[in-house]
Design a protein around this ligand. Sequence first.
Ligand code: PLP
Length: 393
Amino acid sequence: MTENRLAYVEQILADLKEQNLYNTIRTIESPQGAWVTIEGRRVLNMCSNNYLGLANHPALREAAKKAIDEYGVGPGAVRSIAGTMTVHDMLDKAVAEFKRVEAALTLQSGFMANVAVIPALVGKGDTILSDELNHASIIDGARLSRATIKVFRHADMDHLESLLKEDNEGNVLVITDGVFSMDGDIAKLPTIVELAKRYGALTMVDDAHGEGVLGENGRGIVDHFHLHGQVDVEVGTFSKAIGTVGGFAAGSAKLIEFLKQRARPFLFSSALTPPDVMATLEAIKILTNSSELVDRLWENGRYFKAEMKKLGFDVGASETPITPVMLGEAEVAAEMSKRLFEAGVFASKISFPTVPRGKARIRVMISAAHEKADLDFALEQFSKVGRDMGLIE
Ligand SMILES: *Cc1c(COP(=O)(O)O)cnc(C)c1O
């Protein structure tokens, strides 16, 4: 008799499908952009993190090609042994300058950056205070650290303060997302910094959705609130607004020197490739030189949100171009996403476990790559589908 040892896995998959929580992954057959090809059809892309349209920008493509000619395609090793190339040092320096901090260290992704930084900074006998809506990579980094984890209610500064007042063990690290990716609200960083100072805690912000969005020319949340030098660690990604792939940690020179000795993904996983690095450098150059793309992103976001509200949709409490269309039940979100796709709009549903049960939504990601005509097309389809489903008048 053959035993099916994976029967429980099959059961979980069947349950997910039954509850409308199964995630069907679509394949994009074209380059990233405002419009993409899926299943041979051109559809308007409203769910990418390509905020500024840089993922297929001609200058970034050129920079990547040139990098291949000059430096090849692979780093050959982890950075701490023989994988740090001139281009990596250049990018570390450029990120530090852009973020207006003493030093930065680039890593393989934003996820890796959290897994690198948190267990290096705190360990068994220390305490982490973490916002309940923090990104999965913060949660995993925190778990790997083996520090005691205390979760504060989302953006609830009174709750954070009450946790800071407790008799916490060891070093205390407060961690928050900068912009919360599912709702588009901005962390109350000035209050977090003030409270952390008062109670002698360290602060860390993950600015994955703030880079290229908030602050002068997209420098991020610390710049937005003029908190330079007051946040101990900034973590970020190149895979969203910057348009490429990779992550980083930024802060004081001492912090970065320490991470180079202790951060395990830096020590045990190979470096970014030269084309990734040079395309990223090009993106930072574009942002440094002009606020045009960031301005267009905000203009697009404001326009789309205002029009969606006029149509009668609940777009939540977003303070950024991220536009959640709150729908409640997972099956409603799934049905709406399906109908929108048939109408030529690619806008994915987000449901449990990414957001709490009963808070399913379509999350619209606005981009500087969208033309006004694109946004109008999307609004027309949202309006039609919303009416057909009886969600709006
Ligand atoms: C997307 C995201 C990450 C992961 O970044 P990658 O570079 O894609 O690994 C980490 N933290 C937050 C808050 C994110 O939104």
